[in-house]
Design a protein. Structure first.
Length: 306
C-alpha cells in the first residue's frame, strides 16, 4: 500500500510540475529562472527551495569588480543609435527633457527671464575646473562635460552621456573609450577677442578639443590654480584620438571612482575649444591682449570671457 501511495504521489508531483512548465512558459522566457520558481507554491515545499534566494543573490552585480562594466552597459542601453540626426533635430533642452529623471508634471522649461544668485563672497575666477562649490553655480552651466549624472536626479541618478554619446571600459578598467556626439558646435561668443573669435565661435567639437581640455584640466600651465581634476583623476596616464569622434583615455590603475569622477564636479573637465585652450596657455603671440593670458580664467576683469 505504501508503495502504491508513493507511486501516486510521484505521479501527481510530476503532473503538477508538467503543468507549471507548460502554462507560464512564454511569459517567463525573458525573466530569470530563480524568481519564476520562487513564485510557484509547490516550489516552496521542494528540497531545493532554499537554494533559490541564493541564486537570485548570485545574479546581482558584484559591488566592486563590475561597477564600471555595469555603468558601461547602461550607457549602451540608453545610447542614441543615430547621433548625427539627434544633434540636428533636437536641442540640448530636448535632450535634458528626454532623461529618465524628468517628470512631465513639472512642465516645460522656458527660455528667457532673469535668474538672480546671491552669495557672500565675490566671484574670483572663471576656470571651469576650479570653482565647483561656491563659484560653480555662477558659470558652470555654460559648459558641457563628457559625462554627467542625470540632471534631474543629481548624484542619486545614473551616469549618462553629455558630450560623449557612449563609453566603454576596457582592459579591466585601465582604459575608457568615449564615442563623442557628432554635430556639436561651440557657441558664438561676442566677448572673445577678434584674434581668437574666428577660430572658436561655431567651431565643431571633436576629439582634439576633448583631449586639449582634459590635458589642461590635469596638467595646467604654471600659475593656474585649479587642482580638483588632478586630485580626482590622479591615476590618469595618457589620452589619444582614434578618430575625430573617438577619444581614448588610459590610466595607471583601475579605480572604481574613474567614471563617477568624470561625471562629477571635481574630475569632470568641462570642455573648451582646443584653440581657446592654446590661447590661455600662452601659446602663440597675442600682443594686443592687455592682461596676461594666464589671468583670462582666474581674474574677473572687464575683458574676462568664458
Amino acid at each position: 500500500m505504501l508503495g502504491t501511495i508513493t507511486v501516486i504521489s510521484l505521479f501527481m508531483a510530476c503532473a503538477a510540475a508538467a503543468e507549471q512548465a507548460a502554462a507560464p512558459a512564454a511569459p517567463q522566457a525573458a525573466a530569470p529562472a530563480a524568481p519564476a520558481q520562487a513564485a510557484a507554491p509547490a516550489a516552496a515545499a521542494a528540497p531545493s527551495a532554499p537554494a533559490q534566494p541564493m541564486a537570485a543573490a548570485a545574479a546581482a552585480p558584484a559591488p566592486v569588480a563590475l561597477v564600471q562594466k555595469e555603468v558601461a552597459k547602461e550607457a549602451k542601453a540608453t545610447a542614441v543609435p543615430t547621433p548625427v540626426q539627434k544633434a540636428a533635430e533636437q536641442t540640448w533642452m530636448d535632450l535634458y527633457m528626454s532623461g529618465p529623471g524628468y517628470n512631465s508634471a513639472w512642465g516645460e522649461p522656458k527660455k528667457g527671464g532673469i535668474f538672480r544668485y546671491g552669495a557672500s563672497h565675490k566671484l574670483s575666477g572663471h576656470d571651469p575646473n576650479y570653482g565647483h562649490s561656491f563659484e560653480g553655480p555662477q558659470f558652470l552651466p555654460t559648459y558641457n562635460a563628457l559625462l554627467r549624472y542625470d540632471p534631474w536626479l543629481g548624484l542619486g541618478g545614473q551616469i549618462e552621456g553629455d558630450l560623449a554619446e557612449t563609453w566603454e571600459v576596457q582592459d579591466g578598467g585601465l582604459t575608457v573609450l568615449f564615442k563623442l556626439r557628432e554635430g556639436i558646435n561651440f557657441q558664438v561668443n561676442p566677448n572673445l577677442p577678434a584674434e581668437i573669435a574666428s577660430a572658436v565661435s561655431g567651431d565643431s567639437f571633436t576629439c582634439e578639443d576633448a583631449k586639449a581640455s582634459l590635458e589642461f584640466a590635469l596638467n595646467p600651465p604654471e600659475g593656474i590654480l585649479h587642482s580638483g581634476p588632478r586630485a580626482a583623476l590622479g591615476h590618469y596616464e595618457t589620452s589619444s584620438c582614434i578618430d575625430d569622434y573617438t577619444f581614448k583615455v588610459e590610466f595607471k590603475e583601475a579605480l572604481a571612482r574613474t567614471l563617477p569622477q568624470f561625471a562629477g564636479m571635481l574630475g569632470s573637465p568641462n570642455n573648451m575649444d582646443k584653440d581657446f585652450v592654446a590661447y590661455i596657455r600662452q601659446e602663440g603671440d597675442h600682443p594686443d591682449l592687455e592682461i596676461p593670458y594666464i589671468d583670462l580664467l582666474d581674474e574677473t576683469t572687464p575683458v574676462t570671457f568664458l
